[in-house]
Each structure stands twice: as C-alpha cells, then as structure tokens.
Ligand binder design. Structure first.
Ligand code: ZN
Length: 225
C-alpha cells in the first residue's frame, strides 16, 4: 500500500503528509496526549470524540462536511468507522491512482483546515477546503463560459464553470440577467460572472476560454475601454 501511495502524482508535501499518516505520526491530539504534550485528547472542533488521526481526517463532523462535497462521500457512507490505514486499504481496492491522488489532496486540505482551527480558531467553509485541494491537484485551472440569449423574455442566461486540467468541473454558476444584450456583451458578462466566482472562492485561474474572436481581442487589447 505504501508504494502505491508513494508513487502518486501529488506534491511532495502531500506525499510526506500521507506517509506520516501511514506511520500514525501526524500530531493528532490523541498522539500528543500519549506523549503527554496535551492534557485532553478530545477533538477541539466537535468535542464529541478523541481526536485520533482517522477522526480528524474522516469522521469528525467538519471533515464529513468536506467529504460531502465530492463523490468520496458515498464511499464513507458505506464504510464503518475504521482506523485510518484501513480507510486507505479499502480505498485502494476501489479507485484508480488519479482518484486516490485526489483523495490524498483533500485529506491534506482537511488537516490544514484543522490546523487553522486549532491555531487561530478559523475554519474554512467545506467547499473552500475542497477547492484548495483541487488547486493543488492541477495547478492549472480553466474558466469556461456560456451565454444564452432569451429574446422572448428579454433576458440573458449566463453560465460559468471552472475546470481542472482533467476537465472536471470544480465549481459552476449560472444565473439569469434581465435586459437585451448583444452576443458579445453577453459573453463579456458571462466572463465577468466567472471571474466574480473565482474571486469569491479565492481561485487563481490560468486560462479563461472564450469562443468569440471579438471578445478575445477586447480582452487582449492593452486599452479595452
Ligand atoms: Zn471532531
């Protein structure tokens, strides 16, 4: 199992983190309590259980909310509470290396969020924890937009999707805007919508894809307005 995890295409810091999980060497409160570093091993986030590695990463309510944002949620729903190594063992028999890499990145992001809460009392929204992992997965994010002109109701439909380098959507948004607009204006508005979403979730994108040469020339112009 360790060799499968070690060969994953993930950033070195995540690989080392997973390695430490396998050795039960992450500083969970249970591990610190055993070493008499802390007086109480109970989870600071939920207070409902001793904070073992598996509790912090998989079973704590905050961690479960993060897993709830992706398909691993169904994996956990079928799983009884088991130690952290068993989770990886079972997962290895069910997923390919790309999915396993994604799993490790989310695990790393959950641990970072847990540390942020422990150190500063600040925790990210579950969706933002997932996005942090997705950013690590690729380092290359692309924004696609869609526009639908709805003349009969004098409105325009704006859609924006941010994808990772595998084309997987990590966030999407759509909305209806009232008014009559040209197609080019609509495409610019959709792009604006996508950039607002990216800004809200603090996502830095590498590519914004538009299917209009006139819109692209406006964006590429040094003095667009
Ligand atoms: Zn907890």
């Amino acid at each position: 199992m360790v060799s499968s995890l070690w060969s994953l295409n993930i950033p070195p810091k995540v690989r080392i983190f997973v390695w430490r999980i396998c050795l039960n060497a992450i500083p969970s409160l249970a591990n610190l309590w055993i070493r008499k570093v802390v007086a109480d091993p109970h989870c600071l986030r939920c207070g409902a259980a001793v904070e073992t590695s598996d509790h912090a990463l998989f079973w704590c309510g905050d961690a479960r909310k993060v897993w709830g944002w992706n398909w691993f949620d169904s994996f956990f729903k079928e799983l009884k509470i088991v130690p952290v190594l068993d989770v990886f063992h079972i997962l290895l028999s069910k997923v390919n290396s790309s999915e396993l890499a994604h799993f490790c990145l989310i695990t790393w992001a959950i641990w970072n969020d847990r540390n942020s809460f422990s150190n500063c009392g600040i925790s990210k929204a579950p969706k933002l924890v997932v996005f942090r992992a997705a950013k690590l997965l690729s380092g290359l994010l692309k924004l696609n937009t869609e526009v639908t002109i709805l003349k009969n109701i004098k409105s325009i439909g704006l859609g924006a999707a941010i994808r990772d380098d595998k084309g997987k959507i990590i966030i999407a948004r759509s909305r209806l805007m009232q008014g009559s607009f040209s197609c080019e204006t609509g495409k610019l508005l959709a792009l604006w919508e996508g950039l607002l979403v990216a800004k809200f979730y603090k996502i830095s994108m590498n590519i914004a894809e538009v299917d209009s040469t006139s819109v692209a020339s406006i964006l590429n112009s040094s003095n667009p307005f």
